[in-house]
Design a protein around this ligand. Sequence first.
Ligand code: SD4
Length: 301
Amino acid sequence: PPDNTLVISTWDFGIAANQAAWKVLQQGGRALDAVETGVKVAEEDLDNHTVGRAGYPDREGRVTLDACIMDEYGNCGSVAALENIAHPIAVARLVMEKTPHVMLVGQGAMQFAVQQGFKNEKLLTPEAEAAWKEWLKDKTYKPPVNIENKKKPGSRYNHDTIGMLAIDSKGNISGACSTSGLAFKMRGRVGDSPIIGAGLFVDNEVGAATATGVGEEVIRVAGSALIVELMRQGYPPKAACKEVVERIIKKRKDAVKDSQVGFLAINKKGEYGAYAIQNDFTFAVSTSRKQDILVTATSYY
Ligand code: SD4
């Protein structure tokens, strides 16, 4: 059979995440281990204010993290509004493997993490705290477009999520997604990223998809699950992503004119594709033929 080994992940920081994931795949590891390993790199990155440890807080100054993971058997695990734990993706995996449930939130998720041996620590970094204090001055809330993009420095509203999809040497597919959510969100707000079917979906017979951007828009259309269903019906990955972006635009019209949503998808053949509402949505690709490629997705606007 052809070697479809592949890892793909969102945004510029996907390059470093892919490198870690690729090592796992190269050693014959499972796609599930690869995506967890890759996503942890972004969670640990102190320059990344949209995922993990250095994430921007909510309006009350609390860093609350969302993540989910799904494997080739359709097993899945998720945490939402998790505080004080730097690696939500690892906790999500343990929810999948060690509990009878799929999703744990808030205090219960934190309690479970601590029981599993995770360190309970303050996550708000001085930079994130300073950005929050700056935000408190006028408290305007409008998730702008692609603020995450490094080409537009100085933005206070970074909202990147890492979504990663992989195929291992056995041809099995897994995915993972992790975020601190939209910066300065309401306390208790949960986005698409920990929601199976919205921020991530894997079907080992068909393929997988993940999302980044304004989670509310992704949840409304069950974005990632819908992309996988379209691929099942024969859509190539990019066309499936495009169809779902267009569905969002058709329904939401001017409401999403200035919002970003980007989707990434892979299929069982090892083909990949992406599509976004706004330009500048980048993603990183590694295959046995090419490594560390950063691609800019086609977009509606
Ligand atoms: C959320 N989808 O919480 C995440 C944020 C994000 O790029 O992806 N930003 O809605």
